[in-house]
Design a protein around this ligand. Structure first.
Ligand SMILES: [Zn+2]
Length: 299
């Protein structure tokens, strides 16, 4: 490693808080339509769950995405206004596994609705080997996304039984699309290499499902912390050893670290989406772009 790279690494690892670079939206929060109180009032905690809820409920529900567009959900906390909106809902759809820290402090005694944990029934991994914190990134594995979709459909059906068939049919059609995506990923990665370097520990469930080895720039035991000079040096030598030429950056995070590593190994940066931050595109469009970018490195 040359001196310039070393300096770049040190300045990045000491000075720049990488994961916190998100665009804060000033949009006023959406409100439930007050004249339509017969519809199920649904709050989804972050983008993928919002898309699943909309697809399943369509015009039979009012659904609100809690974390605003452009905001990273890991560290988000609700405002007093958000708490009021949450209190008025019939269902709160959460990822679970500690992803929504605010749920711990939410006043459940005064809430008339239900909190639906979409991680129920999914086998949770820990973040890193020496860590008993659960890894929340289940939605990035389409097989687990199917469970989340079915859990949401069941919750809608139970709270609004007259539209049960509608919710279950829509869930079945979304699950068909997830099955197609799953087969496509399995098929297209089947004869390729296994090791890739992601930014934070978001693709562990995806990697397990499709027989890949995820290495991360941000250490696994602190998935939303900052890279240290030591981890960067480790990643650079790992990339050289494994003959890796593509380093993944991540949508809505600073890509400087990935660029420093890519420069050092004479490679380039491609950006994966973790779907954590709402932006253009759908679950399927983003997952298929992720697949295309992974194939560039692995196949
Ligand atoms: Zn994450």
């Amino acid at each position: 490693m040359n001196t310039q790279t070393k300096l770049a690494i040190v300045s990045i690892s000491l000075v720049i808080p990488l994961v916190s670079l998100v665009i804060y939206s000033t949009d006023s929060p959406q409100q439930f339509k007050s004249n339509d109180t017969l519809k199920l009032q649904v709050i989804s905690s972050f983008y993928p769950l919002h898309e699943f809820s909309q697809y399943i409920g369509q015009d039979k529900i009012d659904t609100i995405l809690l974390v605003p567009v452009g905001v990273e959900p890991h560290d988000w906390e609700p405002t007093i206004k958000d708490v009021q909106r949450i209190q008025k809902s019939d269902l709160i759809i959460i990822n679970g596994i500690g992803f929504e820290h605010w749920v711990e402090n939410f006043d459940k005694k005064n809430y008339r609705g239900k909190i639906i944990d979409t991680s129920s029934g999914i086998k949770i991994k820990n973040l890193g080997e020496l860590n008993d914190l659960g890894d929340p990134h289940i939605w990035l594995n389409p097989v687990y996304a199917k469970t989340q979709v079915q859990t949401i459909a069941n919750a809608f059906s139970e709270s609004d039984p007259k539209n049960q068939q509608f919710y279950q049919n829509n869930a079945a059609s979304y699950i068909d699309k997830l099955n197609e995506l799953d087969l496509k990923i399995r098929d297209e990665l089947s004869n390729c290499d296994n090791d890739f370097i992601a930014f934070h520990d978001a693709f562990s469930y995806f990697a397990d499902e499709y027989n890949l080895n995820q290495h991360t720039i941000i250490p696994s035991n602190n998935p939303h912390g900052e890279p240290t000079a030591k981890t960067l040096e480790h990643i650079i030598s790992l990339a050289q050893k494994l003959n890796i030429h593509i380093i993944y950056g991540e949508e809505n995070t600073d890509s400087r670290t990935s660029k420093v590593i890519a420069n050092e190994i004479g490679g380039r940066v491609l950006t994966l989406s973790t779907l954590e931050v709402d932006s253009d595109g759908t679950y399927f469009s983003k997952m298929s772009t992720n697949l295309d970018y992974l194939k560039e490195s692995l196949c």
